[in-house]
Design a binder for this molecule. Structure first.
Ligand SMILES: [Mn+2]
Length: 570
């Protein structure tokens, strides 16, 4: 268990001082901003220009992606010959938004197109032949385009070929050694030689490149504003690094959201209570994404697609409020499962284990992933939550920084029926009788191959600052490096030896609020979900404090607030 006093190991991020100094001079940057950028790998004048000034014009030529021309030509043929196209997607935000933009664009250029996506409970993740077969009987099609899935569907794609279906795979998941054969094209930045290995695009980002290429080839004007809005939502929700193309996409997408109205999106923003003019990437990750994902988690994600493409406000509002209801239902299910899981953890000797595997009969598969994340955060080690149904185990694993869970699962290929995903999050299925082997085996594997220090949660601190540096000018500069997300996190600061001016006040029994100062400058500190630190803080008069900075507007007053990350007494 973590001790209450210091939640994290503090680690001051390292950076090359010489480079930062040079950049500050040559690009006329505030030294602190130059430092933050160097830490984030934005360490040449060209990278800095693109970081601040990058626009759609700086996006790379989509035809540099391997397979792009083949994909475009096959789609062109389908449109010319009036063949029906089926888009096959996924039930998460990434998959949904990918369907939305591809469908919209293809329809605009006159294609006959329909879409389908698996049901988490009936079909599970990825290409499912039975689903496609049914679709084909209802509305025959010759070309299938996968979005946000398909890279591992070697068998299924072979089967489709036999059925006379041509396949274009667009995906961003880690490929196996064997790629699907006899496909028209594979678009996936993670495939060796893709030409886009250094761009960590989301599934919807890959589709965006395809749409860019199609627009050029068809000489059509893509509805760029609409597309960027949708792509930015999928990109932020899928937790890919917000650097390079992704940064441009999200920045421009957020700008477009503020500038113009899109029926479906307005309804979504309204039902999330988002202040549109101040909308930021965090609104997508904390408000929009969970609501859209709730649909897929509870069954049918089609409603989200229909919301995004709905034409009337009334219709869009109905979809949005349905989504809100589903989200509440999801929260309830999540809480119930979380309690069951934590009870099970209590019976374990957590400190002794490197891998936690919790399982139960018929646990709700839609929420096992979120609960796995929560348990991972609490105990800070890879966590698997598994639902057992008819002798089969279906699970979701969340890893920690520095441990690639896909590599780890590779060691257990023999006992896994299927597995896949990303370095930090994976899905698995296996026979129930093999659960114990995985549980002990993975624990042992992590013990053998990874340093103990990895299993201590750490906070990465960008730099030390003094309270007298915090002012409007400073804040304005910080805002310029938004949008924050993976790869470009919100800056975290440490200030040493501050005076704790007031006792922590509890808010809703979950959060705390208190004031600190350096003797001259006084600030309010808010500790979200840090009520448990209250007694500890009370005992001291001064401390080192780790925080991120926020400017809040409250009752016509604006002031700086320190969002507490951690605190330590000297
Ligand atoms: Mn994805």
């Amino acid at each position: 268990m973590l001790n209450n006093q210091m939640q994290y190991e503090w680690e001051l991020k390292e950076f090359n001082r010489e480079i930062a100094k040079e950049l500050a001079l040559s690009c006329k940057l505030d030294p602190l901003i130059a430092q933050l950028l160097t830490i984030r790998g934005i360490d040449t004048p060209d990278k800095i220009r693109k970081f601040f000034k990058g626009t759609v014009a700086d996006l790379r030529d989509p035809f540099e992606m391997n397979g792009m021309m083949e994909a475009v030509l096959r789609i062109k043929r389908a449109v010319d010959q009036n063949e029906r196209i089926l888009i096959y997607g996924d039930y998460d935000v990434d998959g949904i938004t990918a369907i939305v933009i591809l469908k919209r664009f293809l329809e605009d250029v006159g294609a006959r197109v329909s879409y389908t996506l698996p049901n988490r409970f009936q079909d599970g993740y990825g290409l499912k032949i039975s689903k496609i077969q049914k679709e084909k009987e209802e509305t025959p099609f010759k070309l299938l385009i996968t979005v946000d899935c398909g890279i591992k569907a070697v068998e299924e794609i072979r089967e489709l070929k036999k059925m006379g279906v041509d396949v274009i795979v667009t995906d961003h998941h880690e490929p196996d050694e064997a790629l699907p054969e006899a496909v028209c094209a594979i678009l996936n930045p993670k495939v060796k030689g893709s030409g886009f290995e250094d761009e960590p695009l989301a599934g919807v980002g890959v589709v965006f490149k395809l749409v860019q290429a199609l627009a050029r080839h068809f000489d059509a004007r893509a509805p760029l504003d609409f597309i960027l809005k949708i792509v930015s939502i999928g990109t932020v929700a899928d937790l890919v690094p917000l650097l390079g193309e992704n940064r441009i996409i999200v920045k421009e997408g957020l700008k477009a959201i503020k500038k113009t109205n899109t029926t479906g999106l307005e309804a979504m923003i309204e039902c999330c209570n988002i202040d549109k003019d101040a909308m930021a990437s965090v609104d997508i990750s904390y408000k929009i994404a969970p609501r859209i994902n709730a649909l897929g988690r509870l069954g049918d994600a089609t409603n989200a697609i229909e919301m995004f493409i709905s034409n009337t406000e009334e219709e869009a509002r109905e979809y949005a409020s349905y989504m809100n209801r589903k989200n509440s239902e999801r929260q309830r299910l999540e809480k119930t499962l979380e309690n069951m899981v934590l009870n099970q953890v209590d019976t374990e000797n957590v400190a002794e284990r490197r891998f936690l595997l919790l399982s139960g009969e018929d646990w709700h598969k839609g929420v096992i992933g979120i609960v796995a994340s929560k348990v991972q955060k609490k105990y800070y080690r890879p966590v698997g939550i598994v639902s057992i149904e008819d002798g089969m185990a279906f699970g979701s694993i969340r890893s920690i920084e520095g441990i690639n869970i896909i590599d780890a699962l590779d060691q257990f290929k023999d006992i896994l029926e299927s597995y896949g995903g990303h370095q930090q999050a994976a899905g698995i299925s296996l026979k129930r009788e093999n659960l114990q082997v995985l549980r002990e085996g993975l624990d042992e594997y992590l013990r053998q191959n990874f340093d103990d220090a990895l299993f201590k949660p750490r906070v990465h601190i960008d730099c030390e600052i003094q309270f007298d540096m915090i002012n409007d000018e400073f804040y304005k500069r910080l805002k310029q490096i938004e949008p924050f997300g993976i790869g470009n996190p919100q800056p975290v600061f440490v200030t040493r030896d501050v005076i704790i001016e007031t006792e922590p006040e509890l808010i809703n029994n979950r959060h705390i609020k208190f004031e600190v100062s350096d003797g001259l400058n006084r600030f309010e500190v808010i500790g979200y979900n840090k009520a448990y630190c209250s007694d500890y803080i009370q005992k001291f008069d001064s401390a080192d404090i780790v925080f991120s900075l926020e400017k809040v507007r409250w009752n016509r007053r604006t002031y700086f607030q320190l969002n507490l990350v951690d605190l330590s007494v000297r």
